[in-house]
Design a binder for this molecule. Sequence first.
Ligand code: HEC
Ligand code: HEC
Length: 428
Amino acid sequence: MWIARLSLLLCLTLLITAALSGCVPDELPVNPDDLPDTEQTAEESDGEETASDETSAEETEEENTDLEDAGDDAIASPILPTVEFDYVAYADTNLPAHFRNAPAGTASVVQQDNTPADNAISNSGATLGRVLFYDVNLSANNAVSCASCHQQAVGFSDAAVLSEGFQGGLTGRHSMALSNNRFYTPGHFFWDHRADTLEDQVLMPIQDSVEMGMTLDDLVVKLAELPYYDALFTNAFGDAEITADRISKALAQFNRAMVSYQSKYDQAFTQGVPGQGPDFASVFSADEEAGRLLFEQTPANGGVGCAGCHTGVAQTATQAHNIGLELEDTDEGAGNGEFKVPSLRNIAVSAPYMHDGRFANLAEVIEHYNSGIQNNANLDSVLRRPNGQPVRLNLSQTQKQQLEAFLHTLTDSTLLTSPLFADPFPAQ
Ligand code: HEC
Ligand code: HEC
Protein backbone atom coordinates (compact mmCIF):
# COMPACT_ATOMS: atom_id res chain seq x y z
CA MET A 1 0.00 0.00 0.00
CA TRP A 2 2.99 2.35 0.06
CA ILE A 3 2.22 3.39 -3.46
CA ALA A 4 -1.26 4.54 -2.50
CA ARG A 5 0.24 6.80 0.09
CA LEU A 6 2.96 7.98 -2.22
CA SER A 7 0.41 9.08 -4.77
CA LEU A 8 -1.89 10.49 -2.12
CA LEU A 9 0.84 12.55 -0.54
CA LEU A 10 2.14 13.69 -3.88
CA CYS A 11 -1.29 14.73 -4.97
CA LEU A 12 -1.90 16.62 -1.76
CA THR A 13 1.45 18.28 -1.87
CA LEU A 14 1.01 19.45 -5.41
CA LEU A 15 -2.64 20.39 -4.75
CA ILE A 16 -3.74 18.47 -7.74
CA THR A 17 -7.43 17.85 -7.49
CA ALA A 18 -8.08 16.73 -11.02
CA ALA A 19 -6.79 13.72 -12.93
CA LEU A 20 -5.79 11.98 -9.75
CA SER A 21 -5.20 8.72 -11.48
CA GLY A 22 -2.38 10.50 -13.29
CA CYS A 23 -0.57 10.64 -9.99
CA VAL A 24 -0.30 6.91 -9.79
CA PRO A 25 2.99 5.94 -11.37
CA ASP A 26 2.33 3.06 -13.66
CA GLU A 27 5.81 1.83 -14.39
CA LEU A 28 6.95 0.72 -11.00
CA PRO A 29 7.79 -2.90 -10.34
CA VAL A 30 5.17 -3.70 -7.78
CA ASN A 31 2.91 -6.61 -7.17
CA PRO A 32 -0.39 -5.85 -8.97
CA ASP A 33 -2.21 -6.75 -5.74
CA ASP A 34 -0.53 -3.78 -4.10
CA LEU A 35 -1.70 -1.30 -6.71
CA PRO A 36 -4.07 1.26 -5.24
CA ASP A 37 -7.67 1.44 -6.16
CA THR A 38 -7.66 4.73 -8.01
CA GLU A 39 -11.19 5.60 -6.97
CA GLN A 40 -10.36 5.12 -3.34
CA THR A 41 -7.33 7.36 -3.73
CA ALA A 42 -9.50 10.04 -5.29
CA GLU A 43 -12.04 9.71 -2.51
CA GLU A 44 -9.47 9.99 0.22
CA SER A 45 -7.89 13.00 -1.41
CA ASP A 46 -11.11 14.73 -2.24
CA GLY A 47 -11.35 18.16 -0.68
CA GLU A 48 -8.32 17.48 1.49
CA GLU A 49 -5.87 20.05 0.21
CA THR A 50 -4.32 19.86 3.62
CA ALA A 51 -0.73 20.19 2.53
CA SER A 52 -1.21 23.90 1.92
CA ASP A 53 -0.01 26.44 4.44
CA GLU A 54 -3.55 27.32 5.46
CA THR A 55 -4.09 23.85 6.87
CA SER A 56 -5.55 23.99 10.35
CA ALA A 57 -4.16 21.75 13.05
CA GLU A 58 -7.45 19.89 13.10
CA GLU A 59 -7.33 19.17 9.43
CA THR A 60 -3.75 17.97 9.67
CA GLU A 61 -4.68 15.58 12.39
CA GLU A 62 -7.53 14.36 10.29
CA GLU A 63 -5.24 13.84 7.37
CA ASN A 64 -2.79 11.92 9.50
CA THR A 65 -5.57 9.71 10.70
CA ASP A 66 -6.62 9.07 7.14
CA LEU A 67 -3.09 8.15 6.27
CA GLU A 68 -2.83 5.81 9.20
CA ASP A 69 -6.11 4.26 8.23
CA ALA A 70 -4.67 3.60 4.83
CA GLY A 71 -2.39 1.02 6.41
CA ASP A 72 1.40 1.26 6.25
CA ASP A 73 3.63 4.19 7.12
CA ALA A 74 3.40 7.46 5.24
CA ILE A 75 6.17 8.57 2.91
CA ALA A 76 8.65 10.33 5.14
CA SER A 77 10.87 13.17 3.98
CA PRO A 78 14.43 13.39 5.27
CA ILE A 79 15.18 15.97 7.95
CA LEU A 80 18.27 17.90 6.81
CA PRO A 81 20.17 20.75 8.48
CA THR A 82 19.37 24.24 7.15
CA VAL A 83 23.06 24.80 6.50
CA GLU A 84 24.53 21.74 4.76
CA PHE A 85 26.95 19.61 6.72
CA ASP A 86 30.54 20.35 5.73
CA TYR A 87 31.68 17.06 4.22
CA VAL A 88 34.55 18.79 2.43
CA ALA A 89 35.97 20.00 5.73
CA TYR A 90 35.46 16.62 7.42
CA ALA A 91 36.87 14.44 4.65
CA ASP A 92 39.38 16.77 3.03
CA THR A 93 40.46 20.00 4.66
CA ASN A 94 40.62 18.54 8.16
CA LEU A 95 42.58 15.39 7.30
CA PRO A 96 45.40 15.24 9.85
CA ALA A 97 49.08 15.66 9.02
CA HIS A 98 49.78 11.95 9.48
CA PHE A 99 47.35 11.22 6.60
CA ARG A 100 49.09 13.78 4.39
CA ASN A 101 52.73 13.01 5.11
CA ALA A 102 54.53 9.70 4.99
CA PRO A 103 58.04 8.48 5.66
CA ALA A 104 60.28 8.96 2.63
CA GLY A 105 59.79 6.29 -0.02
CA THR A 106 56.28 5.30 1.11
CA ALA A 107 52.90 6.53 -0.08
CA SER A 108 50.92 8.73 2.28
CA VAL A 109 47.25 7.94 2.86
CA VAL A 110 46.10 10.84 0.67
CA GLN A 111 48.30 9.59 -2.17
CA GLN A 112 46.14 6.44 -2.23
CA ASP A 113 42.99 8.47 -3.00
CA ASN A 114 40.83 6.90 -5.75
CA THR A 115 38.59 9.96 -6.28
CA PRO A 116 38.10 10.50 -10.04
CA ALA A 117 38.68 13.99 -11.45
CA ASP A 118 34.98 14.48 -12.21
CA ASN A 119 33.60 13.46 -8.82
CA ALA A 120 35.29 15.29 -5.97
CA ILE A 121 33.27 15.42 -2.75
CA SER A 122 30.97 18.46 -2.52
CA ASN A 123 28.70 19.25 0.40
CA SER A 124 25.55 19.11 -1.74
CA GLY A 125 26.66 15.93 -3.50
CA ALA A 126 27.40 14.10 -0.26
CA THR A 127 24.14 15.39 1.27
CA LEU A 128 22.21 13.88 -1.64
CA GLY A 129 24.30 10.72 -1.25
CA ARG A 130 23.36 10.51 2.42
CA VAL A 131 19.64 10.68 1.64
CA LEU A 132 19.98 8.05 -1.11
CA PHE A 133 22.03 5.80 1.20
CA TYR A 134 19.28 5.78 3.82
CA ASP A 135 16.27 5.77 1.46
CA VAL A 136 14.31 2.50 1.32
CA ASN A 137 12.85 3.71 -1.98
CA LEU A 138 16.05 2.40 -3.58
CA SER A 139 14.69 -1.12 -3.15
CA ALA A 140 11.83 -2.56 -5.20
CA ASN A 141 9.42 -3.01 -2.28
CA ASN A 142 10.77 -0.26 0.03
CA ALA A 143 12.05 -2.89 2.46
CA VAL A 144 15.76 -2.09 2.59
CA SER A 145 18.17 0.81 2.10
CA CYS A 146 21.96 0.65 1.72
CA ALA A 147 22.09 1.27 5.47
CA SER A 148 20.14 -1.92 6.23
CA CYS A 149 23.34 -3.84 5.45
CA HIS A 150 25.82 -1.03 6.22
CA GLN A 151 24.96 0.28 9.69
CA GLN A 152 26.83 3.26 11.09
CA ALA A 153 27.07 1.94 14.67
CA VAL A 154 28.97 -1.15 13.48
CA GLY A 155 31.35 0.58 11.08
CA PHE A 156 28.84 0.55 8.18
CA SER A 157 28.90 -3.22 8.23
CA ASP A 158 26.29 -5.78 9.31
CA ALA A 159 26.35 -7.89 12.47
CA ALA A 160 24.72 -10.74 10.52
CA VAL A 161 27.02 -13.25 8.78
CA LEU A 162 25.01 -12.79 5.58
CA SER A 163 22.64 -9.85 5.06
CA GLU A 164 18.95 -9.98 4.20
CA GLY A 165 17.91 -8.45 0.91
CA PHE A 166 14.60 -6.80 0.01
CA GLN A 167 12.67 -10.08 -0.12
CA GLY A 168 14.47 -11.76 2.76
CA GLY A 169 16.98 -13.59 0.54
CA LEU A 170 20.57 -13.75 1.80
CA THR A 171 23.64 -12.14 0.21
CA GLY A 172 26.37 -14.46 -1.05
CA ARG A 173 29.07 -12.94 1.16
CA HIS A 174 29.37 -11.00 4.41
CA SER A 175 28.71 -7.23 4.18
CA MET A 176 31.82 -5.02 4.06
CA ALA A 177 32.65 -2.20 6.47
CA LEU A 178 32.89 1.08 4.57
CA SER A 179 35.46 3.36 6.22
CA ASN A 180 38.35 4.76 4.18
CA ASN A 181 36.95 3.43 0.88
CA ARG A 182 38.51 6.49 -0.60
CA PHE A 183 42.05 5.33 0.12
CA TYR A 184 42.56 2.18 -1.91
CA THR A 185 44.85 2.55 -4.90
CA PRO A 186 43.63 -0.45 -6.93
CA GLY A 187 40.28 1.37 -6.87
CA HIS A 188 38.32 -1.90 -7.14
CA PHE A 189 35.40 -2.71 -4.86
CA PHE A 190 33.77 -5.81 -3.37
CA TRP A 191 35.61 -8.71 -1.73
CA ASP A 192 36.39 -10.05 -5.21
CA HIS A 193 37.25 -6.66 -6.81
CA ARG A 194 34.46 -7.10 -9.37
CA ALA A 195 33.53 -3.39 -9.41
CA ASP A 196 36.18 -1.36 -11.22
CA THR A 197 35.36 1.89 -9.44
CA LEU A 198 33.29 3.07 -6.48
CA GLU A 199 31.02 4.87 -8.98
CA ASP A 200 30.32 1.48 -10.63
CA GLN A 201 29.97 -0.32 -7.30
CA VAL A 202 27.24 1.84 -5.76
CA LEU A 203 24.78 1.08 -8.59
CA MET A 204 25.26 -2.69 -8.32
CA PRO A 205 23.41 -3.43 -5.05
CA ILE A 206 20.42 -1.46 -6.39
CA GLN A 207 20.17 -3.82 -9.36
CA ASP A 208 21.11 -6.99 -7.49
CA SER A 209 18.24 -9.49 -7.54
CA VAL A 210 18.78 -10.41 -3.86
CA GLU A 211 19.77 -7.02 -2.41
CA MET A 212 17.44 -4.29 -3.77
CA GLY A 213 15.82 -5.67 -6.95
CA MET A 214 15.42 -2.46 -8.97
CA THR A 215 16.28 -1.47 -12.52
CA LEU A 216 17.99 1.89 -12.87
CA ASP A 217 15.27 3.09 -15.27
CA ASP A 218 12.56 2.31 -12.73
CA LEU A 219 14.59 3.93 -9.97
CA VAL A 220 14.92 7.19 -11.89
CA VAL A 221 11.14 7.28 -12.42
CA LYS A 222 10.47 6.38 -8.78
CA LEU A 223 12.79 9.01 -7.31
CA ALA A 224 11.27 11.69 -9.54
CA GLU A 225 7.91 11.01 -7.85
CA LEU A 226 9.31 11.76 -4.40
CA PRO A 227 8.93 15.36 -3.27
CA TYR A 228 12.36 15.84 -1.69
CA TYR A 229 14.71 14.90 -4.53
CA ASP A 230 14.09 17.97 -6.76
CA ALA A 231 15.94 20.32 -4.44
CA LEU A 232 18.64 17.79 -3.56
CA PHE A 233 19.56 17.06 -7.20
CA THR A 234 19.38 20.76 -8.08
CA ASN A 235 21.75 21.68 -5.26
CA ALA A 236 24.17 18.92 -6.18
CA PHE A 237 24.12 19.10 -9.99
CA GLY A 238 22.60 22.46 -10.99
CA ASP A 239 19.21 21.17 -12.14
CA ALA A 240 16.60 18.68 -10.97
CA GLU A 241 17.24 16.04 -13.63
CA ILE A 242 17.63 12.57 -12.09
CA THR A 243 19.97 10.18 -13.88
CA ALA A 244 21.71 6.95 -12.92
CA ASP A 245 25.05 8.72 -13.36
CA ARG A 246 24.09 11.41 -10.83
CA ILE A 247 22.79 8.81 -8.36
CA SER A 248 26.09 6.97 -8.70
CA LYS A 249 28.20 10.11 -8.25
CA ALA A 250 26.31 11.25 -5.14
CA LEU A 251 26.41 7.82 -3.46
CA ALA A 252 30.14 7.55 -4.22
CA GLN A 253 30.79 11.01 -2.73
CA PHE A 254 28.97 10.07 0.47
CA ASN A 255 30.92 6.80 0.68
CA ARG A 256 34.26 8.52 0.10
CA ALA A 257 33.44 11.05 2.81
CA MET A 258 33.36 8.20 5.39
CA VAL A 259 36.98 8.73 6.33
CA SER A 260 38.24 7.58 9.73
CA TYR A 261 41.01 9.59 11.37
CA GLN A 262 39.92 10.24 14.96
CA SER A 263 40.62 6.95 16.75
CA LYS A 264 42.80 6.56 19.85
CA TYR A 265 45.57 5.48 17.46
CA ASP A 266 45.28 8.86 15.68
CA GLN A 267 45.43 10.77 18.97
CA ALA A 268 48.98 9.51 19.39
CA PHE A 269 49.89 11.33 16.16
CA THR A 270 47.97 14.52 16.88
CA GLN A 271 49.46 14.70 20.41
CA GLY A 272 52.98 14.04 19.22
CA VAL A 273 55.46 16.88 18.77
CA PRO A 274 55.54 17.89 15.08
CA GLY A 275 58.63 16.47 13.44
CA GLN A 276 59.18 13.98 16.26
CA GLY A 277 56.48 11.48 15.37
CA PRO A 278 53.56 10.04 17.31
CA ASP A 279 53.46 9.87 21.11
CA PHE A 280 52.20 6.33 21.68
CA ALA A 281 53.79 6.18 25.12
CA SER A 282 51.42 8.73 26.62
CA VAL A 283 48.27 7.68 24.72
CA PHE A 284 48.44 3.87 24.73
CA SER A 285 48.37 1.42 27.64
CA ALA A 286 51.34 -0.93 27.88
CA ASP A 287 49.31 -3.75 26.29
CA GLU A 288 48.09 -1.57 23.43
CA GLU A 289 51.64 -0.46 22.71
CA ALA A 290 52.98 -4.03 22.82
CA GLY A 291 50.17 -5.02 20.45
CA ARG A 292 51.04 -2.17 18.10
CA LEU A 293 54.64 -3.34 17.89
CA LEU A 294 53.54 -6.92 17.19
CA PHE A 295 51.16 -5.65 14.48
CA GLU A 296 53.57 -3.24 12.80
CA GLN A 297 56.98 -4.87 13.07
CA THR A 298 58.23 -7.55 10.72
CA PRO A 299 58.90 -11.08 12.03
CA ALA A 300 62.62 -10.36 11.70
CA ASN A 301 62.16 -7.53 14.22
CA GLY A 302 60.07 -9.48 16.71
CA GLY A 303 56.68 -8.55 15.28
CA VAL A 304 54.15 -10.64 13.37
CA GLY A 305 53.94 -8.47 10.24
CA CYS A 306 50.21 -7.66 10.03
CA ALA A 307 51.13 -4.21 8.68
CA GLY A 308 52.75 -5.87 5.67
CA CYS A 309 49.23 -6.17 4.24
CA HIS A 310 47.19 -3.82 6.48
CA THR A 311 49.47 -0.93 5.62
CA GLY A 312 50.03 2.64 6.76
CA VAL A 313 48.31 4.87 9.26
CA ALA A 314 44.80 4.17 7.87
CA GLN A 315 45.35 0.37 8.06
CA THR A 316 44.27 0.04 4.43
CA ALA A 317 45.44 -2.57 1.95
CA THR A 318 47.12 -2.10 -1.41
CA GLN A 319 45.94 -5.32 -3.08
CA ALA A 320 43.95 -8.53 -2.56
CA HIS A 321 45.62 -11.51 -0.85
CA ASN A 322 45.04 -15.20 -0.10
CA ILE A 323 45.41 -15.69 3.65
CA GLY A 324 44.89 -19.46 3.72
CA LEU A 325 41.39 -19.58 5.22
CA GLU A 326 40.82 -22.81 3.31
CA LEU A 327 43.00 -25.60 1.94
CA GLU A 328 40.94 -25.71 -1.28
CA ASP A 329 39.07 -22.53 -2.21
CA THR A 330 35.29 -22.76 -2.08
CA ASP A 331 35.18 -19.12 -3.23
CA GLU A 332 37.79 -17.95 -5.75
CA GLY A 333 37.29 -14.30 -4.77
CA ALA A 334 39.35 -12.01 -6.99
CA GLY A 335 41.04 -15.15 -8.38
CA ASN A 336 43.21 -17.75 -6.62
CA GLY A 337 41.27 -17.33 -3.40
CA GLU A 338 42.46 -13.75 -3.01
CA PHE A 339 40.20 -11.23 -1.26
CA LYS A 340 40.16 -7.51 -0.79
CA VAL A 341 40.51 -6.33 2.78
CA PRO A 342 38.75 -3.19 3.96
CA SER A 343 40.51 -0.71 6.23
CA LEU A 344 40.81 -2.10 9.77
CA ARG A 345 39.32 1.11 11.20
CA ASN A 346 36.41 0.26 13.54
CA ILE A 347 37.29 -3.42 13.25
CA ALA A 348 36.46 -4.03 16.92
CA VAL A 349 32.79 -3.14 16.34
CA SER A 350 32.27 -4.77 12.95
CA ALA A 351 32.18 -8.51 13.71
CA PRO A 352 31.81 -11.05 12.21
CA TYR A 353 34.94 -11.14 10.06
CA MET A 354 36.23 -12.17 6.63
CA HIS A 355 34.40 -12.41 3.27
CA ASP A 356 32.22 -15.23 4.57
CA GLY A 357 31.82 -13.91 8.10
CA ARG A 358 33.41 -17.11 9.42
CA PHE A 359 35.01 -15.59 12.52
CA ALA A 360 32.68 -14.36 15.26
CA ASN A 361 35.25 -12.25 17.11
CA LEU A 362 38.79 -10.84 16.95
CA ALA A 363 40.21 -13.64 19.09
CA GLU A 364 39.19 -16.12 16.36
CA VAL A 365 40.81 -13.92 13.69
CA ILE A 366 44.05 -13.73 15.66
CA GLU A 367 43.98 -17.50 16.24
CA HIS A 368 43.68 -17.98 12.48
CA TYR A 369 46.90 -16.02 11.88
CA ASN A 370 48.51 -17.69 14.90
CA SER A 371 47.78 -21.36 14.23
CA GLY A 372 45.09 -21.81 11.58
CA ILE A 373 46.59 -20.79 8.24
CA GLN A 374 45.93 -23.54 5.66
CA ASN A 375 48.52 -24.66 3.14
CA ASN A 376 46.52 -23.31 0.19
CA ALA A 377 48.39 -23.50 -3.14
CA ASN A 378 48.00 -19.73 -3.53
CA LEU A 379 48.73 -18.73 0.05
CA ASP A 380 50.45 -15.32 0.15
CA SER A 381 54.22 -15.70 0.41
CA VAL A 382 54.24 -13.39 3.46
CA LEU A 383 52.34 -16.10 5.32
CA ARG A 384 54.68 -18.93 4.31
CA ARG A 385 57.88 -19.99 5.96
CA PRO A 386 61.02 -20.47 3.85
CA ASN A 387 60.36 -24.24 4.01
CA GLY A 388 57.01 -23.70 2.26
CA GLN A 389 54.82 -24.46 5.28
CA PRO A 390 52.25 -21.92 6.52
CA VAL A 391 53.51 -19.56 9.22
CA ARG A 392 52.85 -20.60 12.83
CA LEU A 393 53.26 -17.56 15.05
CA ASN A 394 53.22 -19.44 18.38
CA LEU A 395 51.95 -16.35 20.18
CA SER A 396 51.51 -16.47 23.94
CA GLN A 397 48.08 -15.78 25.42
CA THR A 398 49.37 -12.36 26.50
CA GLN A 399 50.58 -11.51 23.00
CA LYS A 400 47.20 -12.47 21.51
CA GLN A 401 45.48 -10.18 24.00
CA GLN A 402 47.93 -7.39 23.21
CA LEU A 403 47.23 -7.66 19.49
CA GLU A 404 43.51 -7.51 20.21
CA ALA A 405 43.99 -4.50 22.51
CA PHE A 406 45.79 -2.70 19.67
CA LEU A 407 42.97 -3.46 17.20
CA HIS A 408 40.58 -1.80 19.68
CA THR A 409 42.57 1.46 19.44
CA LEU A 410 41.39 1.71 15.80
CA THR A 411 37.81 2.39 16.89
CA ASP A 412 36.75 5.85 15.75
CA SER A 413 33.62 6.78 17.66
CA THR A 414 33.34 10.07 15.76
CA LEU A 415 32.65 8.26 12.49
CA LEU A 416 30.35 5.80 14.28
CA THR A 417 28.14 8.55 15.70
CA SER A 418 28.63 11.63 13.51
CA PRO A 419 25.35 13.20 12.32
CA LEU A 420 27.03 13.70 8.92
CA PHE A 421 26.64 9.97 8.34
CA ALA A 422 23.47 9.28 10.34
CA ASP A 423 20.01 8.39 9.08
CA PRO A 424 18.26 11.62 7.96
CA PHE A 425 14.82 10.02 7.87
CA PRO A 426 12.56 10.35 10.94
CA ALA A 427 12.09 7.13 12.88
CA GLN A 428 9.03 5.27 11.61
C1 HEC B 1 21.19 -6.65 1.27
C2 HEC B 1 22.42 -6.11 1.84
C3 HEC B 1 23.12 -4.98 1.13
C4 HEC B 1 22.56 -3.82 0.63
C5 HEC B 1 21.11 -3.41 0.58
C6 HEC B 1 23.67 -3.03 0.17
N1 HEC B 1 24.86 -3.68 0.38
FE1 HEC B 1 26.71 -2.98 0.02
N2 HEC B 1 27.49 -4.79 0.39
C7 HEC B 1 26.79 -5.87 0.85
C8 HEC B 1 27.61 -7.06 0.77
C9 HEC B 1 27.19 -8.47 1.17
C10 HEC B 1 28.86 -6.65 0.24
C11 HEC B 1 30.03 -7.54 -0.12
C12 HEC B 1 29.59 -8.35 -1.36
C13 HEC B 1 30.71 -8.99 -2.13
O1 HEC B 1 31.84 -8.53 -2.04
O2 HEC B 1 30.43 -9.94 -2.89
C14 HEC B 1 28.75 -5.20 0.02
C15 HEC B 1 29.78 -4.39 -0.45
C16 HEC B 1 29.68 -3.02 -0.60
C17 HEC B 1 30.78 -2.15 -0.94
C18 HEC B 1 32.22 -2.55 -1.23
C19 HEC B 1 33.19 -2.06 -0.17
C20 HEC B 1 34.62 -2.37 -0.52
O3 HEC B 1 35.50 -2.08 0.29
O4 HEC B 1 34.90 -2.92 -1.61
C21 HEC B 1 30.28 -0.86 -0.99
C22 HEC B 1 31.02 0.42 -1.29
C23 HEC B 1 28.86 -0.96 -0.71
N3 HEC B 1 28.53 -2.28 -0.46
C24 HEC B 1 27.99 0.11 -0.73
C25 HEC B 1 26.60 -0.05 -0.78
C26 HEC B 1 25.67 0.98 -1.21
C27 HEC B 1 26.05 2.39 -1.63
C28 HEC B 1 24.42 0.44 -1.15
C29 HEC B 1 23.10 1.06 -1.54
C30 HEC B 1 22.98 1.55 -2.90
C31 HEC B 1 24.58 -0.93 -0.66
N4 HEC B 1 25.92 -1.19 -0.48
C32 HEC B 1 23.52 -1.79 -0.42
C33 HEC B 1 25.49 -5.86 1.30
C34 HEC B 1 24.56 -4.88 0.95
C1 HEC C 1 49.17 -11.52 3.45
C2 HEC C 1 48.44 -10.33 3.82
C3 HEC C 1 47.86 -10.24 5.21
C4 HEC C 1 48.54 -10.33 6.42
C5 HEC C 1 50.02 -10.55 6.65
C6 HEC C 1 47.54 -10.11 7.44
N1 HEC C 1 46.31 -9.90 6.87
FE1 HEC C 1 44.58 -9.62 7.86
N2 HEC C 1 43.54 -9.76 6.11
C7 HEC C 1 44.11 -9.93 4.87
C8 HEC C 1 43.05 -10.21 3.90
C9 HEC C 1 43.24 -10.42 2.42
C10 HEC C 1 41.85 -10.23 4.62
C11 HEC C 1 40.46 -10.55 4.07
C12 HEC C 1 40.41 -12.04 3.82
C13 HEC C 1 39.06 -12.64 3.49
O1 HEC C 1 38.03 -12.10 3.87
O2 HEC C 1 39.04 -13.68 2.83
C14 HEC C 1 42.20 -9.93 6.01
C15 HEC C 1 41.27 -9.80 7.03
C16 HEC C 1 41.59 -9.41 8.31
C17 HEC C 1 40.63 -9.07 9.32
C18 HEC C 1 39.11 -9.06 9.13
C19 HEC C 1 38.67 -7.88 8.28
C20 HEC C 1 37.18 -7.83 8.06
O3 HEC C 1 36.69 -6.73 7.77
O4 HEC C 1 36.49 -8.85 8.17
C21 HEC C 1 41.34 -8.74 10.46
C22 HEC C 1 40.76 -8.29 11.78
C23 HEC C 1 42.73 -8.90 10.16
N3 HEC C 1 42.84 -9.30 8.85
C24 HEC C 1 43.75 -8.71 11.06
C25 HEC C 1 45.07 -9.09 10.81
C26 HEC C 1 46.08 -9.24 11.83
C27 HEC C 1 45.88 -8.98 13.31
C28 HEC C 1 47.21 -9.65 11.19
C29 HEC C 1 48.55 -10.02 11.82
C30 HEC C 1 48.50 -11.12 12.75
C31 HEC C 1 46.91 -9.75 9.79
N4 HEC C 1 45.60 -9.41 9.60
C32 HEC C 1 47.80 -10.12 8.80
C33 HEC C 1 45.45 -9.85 4.58
C34 HEC C 1 46.46 -9.99 5.51
